[in-house]
Design a protein around this ligand. Sequence first.
Ligand SMILES: Nc1ncnc2c1ncn2[C@@H]1O[C@H](COP(=O)(O)OP(=O)(O)OP(=O)(O)O)[C@@H](O)[C@H]1O
Ligand SMILES: [Mg+2]
Length: 379
Amino acid sequence: MLNPFYYGQVAIGADFTDRTTELKELVGELDSGARVFLISPRRYGKTSLAFNALAALKERGIITAYMDMYDVSTVEQFAAHYARAIARAAETKTESIVGFIREVIPSLRPNITISAEGEISVGIEAAPKKPELSLLIKELLEIPQKTAERKKKKFAVFFDEFQEIRNVGGEALEKAMRSVFQRQKDVGYLFAGSKQHIMSDMVLNKNKPFYKMGKVLFLGKIPSGELSSFISGKFGASGKTMDAGTEDEIIKVSRAIPYYTLHLCHEIWNGCADKKSVPRSAVAEAVDRLVQGLSPMFISMWDSLALSQRKLLQAMAASGATDLFSMGFINSYRLGSASSVQKSEALLTAKGLLEKEDGVMMFSDIWFREWIKKKYLGR
Ligand SMILES: Nc1ncnc2c1ncn2[C@@H]1O[C@H](COP(=O)(O)OP(=O)(O)OP(=O)(O)O)[C@@H](O)[C@H]1O
Ligand SMILES: [Mg+2]
């Protein structure tokens, strides 16, 4: 039997659990041509939720397009990828897709290649001057609405990791999007992002182009009870029963963050592949194996940190403190002053090692915390 737990890829269909309310809301909003901002810390399940919403919209006959802003770093690349995303959504035959792309970004002289698997890539051969490029972008952003009118269908576009737009086209691109999108009646837009401070600034700061542009949905965790039934159901369906307390232990260790819960279950299942029952001790054993496997990466990360940053991480791993600036915490771990803790916290956040969860500073990677605990705290 194959391991039934997947992580790190979009969870869809039977691998997708809960989120009924959010899904209904997203589908309803996008179907009505609204704009929605979906914000959560990393690995909570935004991309999966969005793909399930797109699948439901497609079933309703809506044309759906998807674009990951991490794939692009310049406005020209944005144009090429966006053209491809819309073309793939609007057309089915490869030649029509290619024709569509050529038609919508002619001044970039797209160099289109098709792999043996049929995957279409778009390179750019010309870099138009700024005014021409701005015009091209505006025209391109109009295409979904025009396509919707031509095909007498609705359109929904999903931009993943949308905060990256600031590195791609800055405020100029945001402004162009705002002016075009707010006039479109038949196109719904979903903007998802995990860099919460940037996403929040985009929509909640009245000096920014996207201010009040749409509904903001902060995605929380899947309720522990739901997640717990989902995983025991999967263990059960693969012929394994769990000893009492095992699900709770999994949820506790993985902090009910879907990615980590599924990652841990995958590892536990591997450890019990030829057994019928899953003992509670399998959880700690799986964490050991996981952390061991990731150790080379953590070592190089650790080596790159200043002593004060390492001390703060060790203190956080040891205590699980919620207030890093309390004198009790600072003194018991000899961290110096509140200002030095603040500096380390800012640098660790900038490196992506710490992030806020419900207003509390946490390790972005829970396995990194476990690694520190094992290596330096003997736990
Ligand atoms: N509703 C769900 N049901 C079951 N598993 C889920 C669900 N949502 C997420 N997962 C699990 O969590 C993993 C991460 O989900 P996803 O990539 O959708 O999160 P994300 O918020 O987009 O993450 P990132 O911030 O890294 O982009 C998935 O690969 C899957 O294993
Ligand atoms: Mg994602």
